[in-house]
Design a protein around this ligand. Structure first.
Ligand SMILES: [Zn+2]
Length: 71
């Protein structure tokens, strides 16, 4: 059976540490680990570590309370 996220089988780089909206490769879509809020049916919690959907690089996902410097 094919892996649903082939890039995660062999992550490339690790750029975690600074919250980002875009991977170094230019992709702005990430794979993340989340728990859904039953009332809003939206992600209510998520792990800060994520993977670029395009290249598999590990990144730190943004949050609403990130410092202005990291934006
Ligand atoms: Zn990437």
């Amino acid at each position: 059976m094919n892996h649903p996220f082939p890039v995660l089988e062999h992550p490339t780089d690790d750029f975690r540490g600074r919250p980002t909206f875009e991977c170094a490769c230019g992709c702005a879509v990430f794979v993340m680990i989340t728990a859904f809020d039953e009332e809003t049916r939206l992600p209510g919690w998520y792990a800060l570590d994520g993977w670029c959907f395009e290249c598999g690089t590990l990144v730190t996902l943004p949050t609403p309370i990130d410092d202005e410097e990291t934006r």
